[in-house]
Design a protein around this ligand. Sequence first.
Ligand SMILES: NC(=O)c1ccc[n+]([C@@H]2O[C@H](COP(=O)([O-])OP(=O)(O)OC[C@H]3O[C@@H](n4cnc5c(N)ncnc54)[C@H](O)[C@@H]3O)[C@@H](O)[C@H]2O)c1
Ligand SMILES: *[C@@H]1O[C@H](CO)[C@@H](O)[C@H](O)[C@H]1NC(C)=O
Length: 455
Amino acid sequence: MSSCNMFTNWHCFTLWWCYVLQFSKPITSEEGKDLGLVDAVVPSDELLKASRQWALDIIERRKPWIRSLHRIDKLGSLPEVVAIIKTARQQAKQSFKNLPQHQACLDVIEEGIIHGGYHGILKESRVFKDLISTDTSKGLVHAFFSQRAASKVPNVSDIGLKPRKIMKVAVIGGGLMGSGIATSLILSDIYVILKEINSKYLLKGIKAIEGNVRGLDVDMVIEAVVENIHLKQKIFADNEKACSRHCILASNTSTIDLNIIGEKTKSQDRIIGAHFFSPAHVMPLLEIVRTEKTSAQVILDLMTVGKIIKKVPVVVGNCTGFAVNRAFFPYSQSAHLLLHLGVDIFRIDQLISNFGIPLGPFQLQDVAGYGVVVATTEIFSISFPDRTFQSPLVPLLLKNGRNGKNNGKGYYIYEKGSKPKPDPSVLPIIEESRRTINIMPGGSLYLLRTMKLFR
Ligand SMILES: NC(=O)c1ccc[n+]([C@@H]2O[C@H](COP(=O)([O-])OP(=O)(O)OC[C@H]3O[C@@H](n4cnc5c(N)ncnc54)[C@H](O)[C@@H]3O)[C@@H](O)[C@H]2O)c1
Ligand SMILES: *[C@@H]1O[C@H](CO)[C@@H](O)[C@H](O)[C@H]1NC(C)=O
């Protein structure tokens, strides 16, 4: 009897529903049994027989009748419980601003605790009916099924291929992304070799580390060095020589065409994008970029690693910006356009985060680092010259010695242990940037038209 059999169907559905809403966490039958929510765990073909016997045992008083709905022995005193719920409410309010379901789940739990399980169930059915028809619910259900659909890739996941075991992975470059990617892999017990150059000590040991890569014969290399075409090409050519001919050659590039990165190799079928998002050990999305020549086996292997390290792998094509940045770029462009049309920068971030997105577009650039922002803008301006707004601001900030959160100097001030604060000293730089592109009074519409964003 799994945990669901002890509940009403309604409860089963609600468990699923809360799971969809990413608030509760599903438990196994065994955990349910340990918690006293489930009487016994039996194989499915014995469920009916075991249940009948259990019912007889209860009637004939050989076993106690435990109704999990009425169990309260694990609850603390009422004031304790109320305090816990209050804290949970505050946490949910911070982490899930603008989402109603977390507060609703807490309302239901509170009702059940104060007035008894039965009243809790009644309230749950009322609240559920209200929530299920909201746009939020429809959006979350859509996201849930989209995530599941993402693992079904025609001609990759449906042709009987078995994923190969990826036991050891080399990460080249231990900066912001490389260190996050390595963390993600290590947390899932995948053996990681990290290769760096940025300290003298490591520089000295680099020959030895190269030897390690060769000696240990890794299954996959993920390159996460700075966004520089020639450097990446050289690293791919080196990796092709150093690693076995089955080794997957992956790049974390945000923008560079993977055909170009792999151009200097003869292993086009093993070249693939493994595009993690910052912070890489936290963000669930893993964009898997396939070229025309990437083999189905390599795609499937990387999807499997993605699942092992608890990411949501999404397979996308090799085009400018891939899927995410292609959709995202116009959004940060708009923020820069608004800024240059005179809107206050911190107001833009504030409004976006009030809307429910954790970081505003400018704070996000601080977190990503300006190098990536400049590289992305360059690539987009080559692919879409008439639709890219080349904001002079980020280059000006770099000239000013700023590099976002990474060196503690961005649009915001970053100090250990306190929330980022708007930095008033960026305002003169913003003014300079506005002067550089010289939007004349009343010329704003002209600017937008020139950009061909509004025709
Ligand atoms: N920052 C982001 O939000 C983000 C998101 C997704 C993808 N990316 C991509 O990830 C890659 C790395 O970006 P980052 O933000 O981590 O940059 P970073 O500057 O923080 O890190 C790059 C690291 O690579 C090292 N390096 C340079 N040359 C090397 C070499 N030959 N061998 C070994 N190490 C070398 C540098 O010392 C540095 O520590 C880029 O391709 C970028 O486009 C970045
Ligand atoms: C799958 O492969 C077959 C045979 O090569 C091809 O005809 C078909 O178009 C492919 N489907 C997709 C969605 O790529």
